[in-house]
Design a protein around this ligand. Structure first.
Ligand code: R5P
Length: 274
């Protein structure tokens, strides 16, 4: 196929995010302070990014972190997935009250590979967050910039196949190029429900290395293109070992046991992140 049939800018950015050789990605999520403030593992954000950047394929973060916490010499070394929705904080129970916080012009100026918008399906602000997503898609598509939809469901809704598929499929229909969601039982049915749109899995709260690696393994086996993990990497006692083990699962099809061997081999000298 020649490039004449492709939206080349969009395809080029998608290739920077998801490796076209194996259709997989290890995205590192370090966007949490936008509503959580000084999160454990991200208090010294510059050091966390410097330490983990070499091992991720794409960094999901915020405008402020790109400006203040990526060393000048590292800018451009990895594609940025820029969070462009926010306005909430952990001080309020209702987290869904988000609006768009960064313009497409600013995202272009920052040379990002993609932009990320949260959608809270079944929440008090469902319509507002869906319109945040569609507004950004309308703007970003014009410039060939993929939009990643971060699915969240209402606080009284289970993170199960029914609700996560509903949210994911709604984001696909809105025009999201990549969907970030949580892992659930029968996850392959969610992936099938949004195919061929790429799905990446969020890690959630810190659990344990074997549990987080099992989730990464189960996600890619079920058809996810990869993971977008945060706390299970930067809050671990052995963060470099953890992200290297995740890479082995996502890119090299390692088993959880093989990945745990990589994790364990990195334990001597492991440095916890502040
Ligand atoms: C949440 O809104 C943020 O987008 C995080 O990036 C996301 O939850 C993934 O991080 P974690 O693996 O820590 O859940």
């Amino acid at each position: 196929m020649t490039n004449a049939y492709l939206d080349v800018g969009m395809q080029s950015r998608m290739n920077r995010i998801i490796n076209p050789k194996d259709n997989r990605v290890v995205m590192l999520a370090v966007d949490h302070p936008y509503f959580q403030g000084p999160t454990t593992g991200l208090r010294n954000m510059s050091n966390t990014i410097k330490t983990l950047l070499p091992y991720c394929d794409c960094l999901m973060t915020t405008r402020g972190a790109v400006r203040s916490n990526i060393a000048p010499e590292d800018l451009g070394s990895k594609p940025i997935m820029l969070r462009v929705s926010g306005g909430n904080s952990v001080l309020f129970d209702e987290l869904s009250d988000e609006k768009l916080t960064v313009t497409i012009r600013e995202a272009i100026r920052m040379d990002v590979a993609g932009v990320a918008v949260s959608v809270y399906v079944g929440s008090a602000n469902q319509q507002q967050t869906i319109l945040n997503l569609t507004d950004m898609i309308n703007q970003a598509e014009e410039y060939g910039i993929p939009v990643l939809a971060v699915t969240a469901v209402g606080k009284n809704m289970a993170r199960d196949l029914r609700y996560l598929s509903l949210a994911s499929r709604m984001c696909q229909d809105a025009g999201a190029r990549i969907i970030k969601t949580y892992y659930c039982e029968e996850f392959s049915r969610l992936v099938d429900a949004v195919a061929p749109t790429a799905v990446v899995v969020a890690g959630g709260k810190y659990s344990s290395p074997p549990d987080a690696l099992q989730m990464a393994y189960d996600s890619v086996q079920a058809g996810a293109v990869g993971v977008d993990f945060g706390r299970n990497i930067f809050q671990d006692d052995n963060p470099v070992g953890m992200i290297r083990a995740i890479r082995a699962i996502v890119h090299d099809n390692h088993t959880v046991r093989e990945a745990m061997d990589i994790y364990t081999a990195c334990l001597p000298g492991a440095v916890k992140l502040d």
